[in-house]
Design a binder for this molecule. Structure first.
Ligand code: BES
Ligand code: MN
Ligand code: ZN
Length: 502
């Protein structure tokens, strides 16, 4: 097993009451107001900079045309007496509309502009220390593990090493920074897993890495290998995994923090070729992201433990590689899901629902109060909602709660229905269910209806389809770079927080 990627590669985050002598760049926020551009925040951090420096900075930024529009960047030489070489001003947009997500995005943009810088110091902590810290940390994320020079090719392309957050007094914001760092590291762990190529991350390796992280955190871990899976009747995981020379796994990680129980389930297809129903070559490499749901729920149970949430959280994670071969399952095969429901596999590329159904039935044996599954499940999610908006389905009340919380944290999941009339399209001529409908209508919803068959009565359930949002195939934006995004880890931890606070 190769070592888990070294997250000490992430930037150091610290608090400071003064601009130290080792800071290279000062990052300030700008807002647009009726009187033109202004520094933000405007109140309690005034003393750190002092009235004269604030006036000098504002004047210079105005002189070079800074407007303070959202994520606008302006870099100027520092005025005398500031102790840094340059000032990077980042726009936050209209003064009365600055929220945590805007701060996160602007901090992320600033962080990406700081490549090559050693230490940056920022006043964005005066707006929201936690959001600023998350934005800076995630904006500085990089994944050099597969570069021959692990520290990135050139010094001026290395992410910023250290970010200092100006605070009014030494004990200000300790808790907020601890939490922000924990959350950001969980997102980075998820990104690392997603960005690790399928050559290096196959089911046994993925399970071993997750096990290593969980045991290091003192959590309970159970791993089922292909023999144990077959013996226990996990027909979905075995069926999907049997085309690959790299056999499937099921890993369960439990954090016990209280009486209320939340089951997390995540799709862990380490590579999705489609199987015998093989995908076209164009963009197939993106199917390295087909384990993003698994990565997110693994990182989330670890994070719940790190934050000592007063609830019990179990991640149940099926892992398989979907390959075509002479041992692969065929279109027309019938398999038996864990628990006994039989399925006609019409399309081997609808594999996610097959491994998830087994895992959801297993997870439900623990009698959870809530069940949340996360999956890069359908191309139809991208058709319906685009690249950045997860779809959330499930039992209505909990579905709406998850969507609302997701929007609050800036991951923006949108509630989608499970229309009853589409269910009949999953009837099979030979088995209890077919794994696909005979048409393309509402593909994301049909997949949700398939999973619904495996959710027990009385369990509050949410199904998150993150096919697009989990993996950024375009250019960087805000605090998100290319590749794995870590979506929906921040939604999941916020939902767990909300459940813990009930
Ligand atoms: N992993 C894919 C879904 C996907 C597509 C994820 C694009 C990320 C980006 C999934 O296993 C799949 O192939 N789904 C099929 C389902 C169909 C056969 C009913 C799809 O969406 O085409
Ligand atoms: Mn598929
Ligand atoms: Zn898939």
């Amino acid at each position: 097993m190769t070592a888990v990627a070294d997250r000490s590669l992430g930037p150091e985050l610290a608090r400071t009451v003064t601009i130290g002598t080792d800071a290279d760049v000062l990052v300030v926020g700008l807002v647009t107001t009726d009187d033109g551009v202004a520094l933000a925040p405007s109140d309690e951090f005034t003393d750190v900079l002092g009235t004269d420096l604030r006036a000098a900075l504002t004047e210079r930024l105005r002189a070079v045309g800074a407007k303070g529009k959202g994520e606008e960047l302006t870099r100027i030489p520092a005025p005398e007496g500031l102790g840094v070489t340059s000032v990077l001003a980042v726009g936050l947009g209209a003064a009365d509309k600055v929220d945590a997500e805007q701060i996160r995005k602007s901090a992320g943009v600033a962080s990406r502009a700081l490549t090559g810088v050693g230490t940056a110091v920022t006043t964005l902590s005066g707006l929201d220390l936690g959001a600023a810290a998350e934005g800076f940390y995630l904006g500085a994320y990089n994944f050099p593990v597969f570069r021959s020079d692990k520290s990135a090719p050139k010094p001026d392309e290395r992410p910023v090493r250290r970010i200092e957050f100006l605070v009014p007094e030494p004990d200000f914001g300790e808790e907020a920074l601890f939490r922000a760092q924990a959350v950001a590291e969980a997102v980075a762990t998820t990104r690392d897993f997603v960005n690790t190529p399928p050559s290096h991350l196959y089911p046994a390796e993925f399970a071993a890495r997750a096990q290593q992280l969980a045991e290091a955190a003192g959590l309970e871990v159970e791993v089922l290998d292909e023999k144990a899976l077959a013996a226990a009747g996990y027909g979905g995981i075995v069926g999907v995994g049997k085309g690959s020379s790299r056999p499937p796994r099921l890993i369960r990680i439990t954090y016990r923090g209280g009486a209320k129980k939340v089951a997390l389930v995540g799709k862990g297809i380490t590579f999705d070729t489609g199987g015998i129903s093989i995908k076209p070559a164009a963009n197939m490499e993106n199917m390295t992201s087909d384990m993003a749901g698994a990565a997110a729920v693994i990182a989330t149970v670890l994070l719940a433990a790190r934050l000592s949430l007063p609830i019990t959280v179990t991640a149940t994670v099926p892992m398989a590689e979907n390959m075509p071969s002479d041992t692969a399952q065929r279109p027309g095969d019938v398999l038996t899901q864990y628990g006994g429901i039989t399925v006609e596999v019409i399309n081997t590329d609808a594999e996610g629902r097959l491994i998830l159904a087994d895992a959801m039935v297993r997870a439900s044996e623990d009698d959870p109060d809530y069940l949340i599954d996360v999956a890069t499940l359908t191309g139809a999610q991208l058709v319906a909602l685009g690249t950045r908006t997860p779809g959330v389905m499930g039992t209505e009340e909990f579905r709406d709660r998850v969507a609302r919380i997701s929007q609050q944290v800036g991951e923006n999941a949108w509630a989608m229905p499970l229309p009853a009339e589409l269910r009949a399209d999953l009837n099979s001529k030979v088995a209890d269910l077919a794994n696909v409908s005979p048409h393309r209508h509402g593909g994301m919803l049909v997949a949700g209806l398939y999973l619904k068959e495996f959710v027990p009565e009385g369990v509050q359930w949410a199904h998150l389809d993150v096919a697009g949002p989990a993996y950024n195939t375009g250019g960087p934006f805000g605090y998100i770079g290319k590749g794995g995004t870590g979506v929906p880890v921040r939604t999941l931890i916020a939902v767990l927080d909300d459940i813990a606070a009930e």
